[in-house]
Design a protein around this ligand. Structure first.
Ligand code: GLU
Length: 525
């Protein structure tokens, strides 16, 4: 290790004296007082204005691990990349978390939770590192670095600021002072002691111990332009002082894993457990091959899609939960657990690759979920959805809540035989659209048996119970010498406009005499 820098120089490099000593930080963010085995997790998105389905998957795992162990789940906003930030992007994240029911618990003690507001903390740690000779100011400009890069490429070397290419690694205090005097704004870099000829072993909960060449890059800790930390440094500092026990993050972070492990060791801090999750994939419709969900190509990559289209958020979570904990589906089918929140997720079993999200499979989860809903909840959720996202027809359908509930209640009274054709709130309203006159399209192609319709109108009594009604239908068929089913079909199509419907008697009951007579009258005209 080289010699550390004096305090006055550090103050000039960072623009201010560090606010905290390391002891003060340790005290300010004390180890959490939780029972053994409690997981402290965090969802740490960058606010880009877009919540990816893969982000929701990670957040669900975070939330689940914390809940099932009596731990803590935090939301940390990684807003240190000011170039990328989109206004109101934080709202997108917060509202998605809220809508999907992933409640987080950002205890004031460990905050603030926006990285942009934690500058004092990062600077204090960076100051400590510089004082101990483990970090240094670097005055390389973007142009300098570009030149270094080109030369490295031409010579066939790995690119980056390391070893002999780390020009400012060993500047003396006087040389540093001179550059500061000249007004050059430095970044702060790690003084790496790694040697890629050696291997470092990094522990992932799912993948086990992974060997990597040691990191020898003097990576940036604090950026020169805005003096904010890089992801690597913020990860180290925040996950230590927030007392995170489990870092659940995408597998794209695996290449930085040796760096992060080295940083924790260098600080003498216990590293958290790491769970690197697989990307969320789909089968490409054109190639038939499995590939990552693409923000650009796949509307379902954006969680907003599921809200807009009216998927029950629970079904999306159940399905994602089943991807992370594959035994869940069986437990649910057997009826041993009711929801993903009752099923124990085992961190070791979270898949490390090939997490496939198939919209057809999601339909199954959605149908199952809706089938368990009491009709009042179903009507309430549909109304909520249509109010926010529905078109003018959907809005018409929710206008009379009693009628809506009656329509939705068909074939829901026998728990063993609940209809399973409802998938999303939108599709449900569209499926039952024929109950509303404004949406009903009479079927003019069908060859109606007009005698059946005429006869039915003559004997129809809205007060008939199912048996009485059916006895009349049978009598009509008998008199006309046709099959019972054919008689019923004529009536069905006259009322619903199609051949495939739920229970016909229920339809007649719910529609009521005015509608029933009008629709039949229309056909007979
Ligand atoms: N902001 C990082 C990302 O969005 C967070 C990774 C992590 O969870 O540590 O990928």
């Amino acid at each position: 290790m080289r010699q550390g820098l004096p305090a006055d120089l550090i103050e000039r490099i960072l623009g201010a004296a560090p606010k905290y000593t390391m002891e003060q930080l340790e005290k300010k963010f004390p180890p959490r007082n939780l029972k053994e085995g409690a997981c402290v997790t965090r969802f740490a998105p960058s606010p880009t204005g877009f919540m990816h389905l893969g982000g929701l998957y990670g957040a669900l795992i975070d939330c689940k691990l914390a809940r099932q162990t009596g731990g803590v789940f935090m939301l940390r906003i990684e807003d240190t990349d000011t170039k990328r930030e989109v206004e109101s992007a934080v709202d997108v994240i917060v509202s998605s978390m809220h809508r999907f029911g992933l409640a987080y618990d950002n205890d004031e003690t460990y905050g603030p939770y926006h990285q942009s507001q934690r500058r004092d903390i990062y600077h204090s740690v960076a100051a400590d590192l510089m004082a101990r000779g483990m970090a240094y100011p670097c005055f390389l400009t973007a142009d300098d670095m570009e030149k270094i890069r080109e030369n490295q490429k031409a010579a066939g070397f790995a690119t980056g600021i390391y070893g002999e290419f780390a020009r400012d690694r060993d500047l003396t205090a006087d040389e540093i002072a001179a550059r500061l005097d000249a007004g050059v704004c430095p970044s702060v870099r790690l003084y790496s002691e790694g040697n890629p000829e050696r291997r470092i072993f990094c522990k992932d909960v799912v993948r086990g111990s992974i060997g990597f060449p040691e990191n020898n890059e003097d990576i940036v800790l604090i950026k020169s332009n805005d003096k904010l930390p890089t992801y690597h440094f913020a990860h180290l500092v925040d996950d230590h002082f927030m007392r995170t026990t489990h870092v659940v993050r995408g597998e794209e972070w695996l290449p930085s894993f040796p760096l992060h492990t080295a940083l924790f060791r260098m600080m003498g801090w216990a590293a958290p457990m790491y769970i690197h999750t697989s990307t969320i994939d789909k089968i490409d419709a054109e190639t038939g091959k499995q590939r990552k969900l693409s923000k650009r190509k796949d509307p379902e990559a954006n969680v907003e899609y599921f809200l807009r289209d009216g998927w029950p958020v629970e079904a999306v979570l159940e399905y994602l939960g089943n991807i992370a904990a594959s035994g869940y589906e069986e437990a649910k089918t057997k009826g041993t657990v009711k929801s993903i929140w009752d099923y124990e997720m085992r961190p070791k079993k979270i898949p490390m690759s090939g997490a496939l999200f198939d919209m057809k499979k999601l339909e199954w989860w959605a149908k199952e979920f809706i089938a368990t809903m009491p009709v009042s909840d179903l009507a309430a959720r549909i109304t909520e959805w249509a109010t926010e996202y529905g078109d003018k027809n959907h809005k018409k359908q929710i206008a009379n809540s009693e009628y809506l509930a009656a329509v939705l209640g068909i074939e829901r009274d026998n728990p063993k035989r609940i209809r399973k054709d409802f998938i999303t709130w939108r599709q449900t309203l569209d499926t039952v659209g024929f109950f509303w006159d404004e949406l009903f399209v009479p079927n003019m192609e069908f060859e109606y048996n007009r005698d059946v319709l005429r006869e039915f109108l003559r004997v129809y009594d809205p007060a008939d119970d199912k048996d009485a009604w059916w006895a009349k239908m049978v009598a009509i068929a008998e008199n006309l010498g046709i099959k019972n089913g054919d008689a019923a079909m004529t009536l069905r199509v006259a009322l619903a406009g199609r051949t495939n419907t739920p229970d016909l008697y229920s339809i007649i009951k719910v529609m009521g005499p005015v509608r029933v007579r009008a629709r039949i009258g229309e056909i007979l005209k």
